[in-house]
Design a protein around this ligand. Structure first.
Ligand SMILES: NC(=O)c1ccc[n+]([C@@H]2O[C@H](COP(=O)([O-])OP(=O)(O)OC[C@H]3O[C@@H](n4cnc5c(N)ncnc54)[C@H](OP(=O)(O)O)[C@@H]3O)[C@@H](O)[C@H]2O)c1
Length: 248
């Protein structure tokens, strides 16, 4: 039976690369996104044109009602869920902590950590053997920023990613006997549009020399780690992290 995967923020960047890779591994793919209808439709088209199965749901992960509706839509379509990639994430204009207001910090936390926890909750309710599910896998897309701190750029974002790592560790232990493995991937500097939302589209190029491997990464390189963690090849791996960062 083909497995069902939900990838939040699958319309662009790392999430889109995960969707393409998942389809190649014969998952039926659901991607979510917040606003860019055309980008999400493009990912669905690319998968279905290649003979795979995919659909997109517009849902803000920071909104509990929209998250619940999204999971109900998957229930209605497939009646099961095997894998969740908590990938949707945002950052804001680069600034110091002493310049940040509460609204900005709350927006980052609402999407990156509250949204990830809500999606994890809904996934566990469907996948856990304790709830009658058949087990499954969760991968949280964190960031090396959660370890490095992103000083002078976006410490709020880094803090949200450190919280995501704690979610990975704690949830992995909660559900280890319920057929669910929970792991994290921490990308480094990856070539996506995200850096433009911090006000510096060329950030990866500027910092490439600080990466031991001397370059930024591609979304497809992150997707390989995500899909490996969800695969049977990682059957004894839970509560673990893969840094996909060129050594940074
Ligand atoms: N790029 C990097 O260097 C890097 C490094 C470390 C970690 N990461 C992490 O990797 C993940 C993906 O990043 P990326 O660079 O691929 O970002 P991206 O290119 O900006 O794409 C972000 C995706 O997330 C969706 N999204 C944003 N907010 C959402 C919300 N509230 N609800 C639902 N979907 C939402 C966007 O939807 P729309 O298309 O509709 O806007 C888009 O599909 C993030 O968690 C990020 O923190 C990235």
């Amino acid at each position: 039976m083909e497995k069902i995967i939900l990838i939040t923020g699958g319309g662009r960047g790392i999430g889109a690369a995960c969707a393409i890779e998942a389809a190649q591994r014969r998952y039926r793919v659901c991607i979510s996104y917040r606003s860019d209808d055309a980008a999400a439709a493009g990912v669905v088209d690319a998968i279905t044109t290649g003979g795979g199965a995919a659909f997109a749901i517009k849902a803000d992960v920071a909104d509990e009602a929209q998250v619940e509706a999204m999971f109900r839509a998957i229930d209605g379509r497939y009646g099961r869920l095997d894998a969740l990639v908590n990938n949707a994430g945002v950052l804001s204009q680069q600034m110091r902590v002493d310049q940040m207001d509460a609204a900005r910090i709350q927006r980052i936390m609402a999407t990156n950590i509250v949204g990830s926890m809500l999606c994890a909750r809904e996934a566990v309710r469907r996948m856990s053997t304790r709830h009658g599910g058949a087990g499954g896998g969760i991968v949280n897309v964190s960031s090396r920023a959660g370890v490095l701190g992103a000083a002078g750029e976006y410490v709020d974002y880094a803090a949200s990613k450190a919280a995501m790592d704690a979610l990975t560790i704690g949830l992995s232990k909660e559900v280890a006997l319920e057929g669910i493995r929970v792991n994290g991937v921490r990308p480094g500097l990856i070539h996506t549009d995200m850096h433009a939302s911090g006000g510096e589209p060329g950030r990866v190029a500027r910092l490439a020399a600080s990466v031991p491997m001397g370059r930024g990464g591609q979304p497809a390189e992150v997707a390989q780690a995500v899909l490996w963690l969800l695969s049977e090849a990682a059957s004894y791996t839970t509560g673990s992290f893969i840094d996909v960062s060129g050594g940074r």
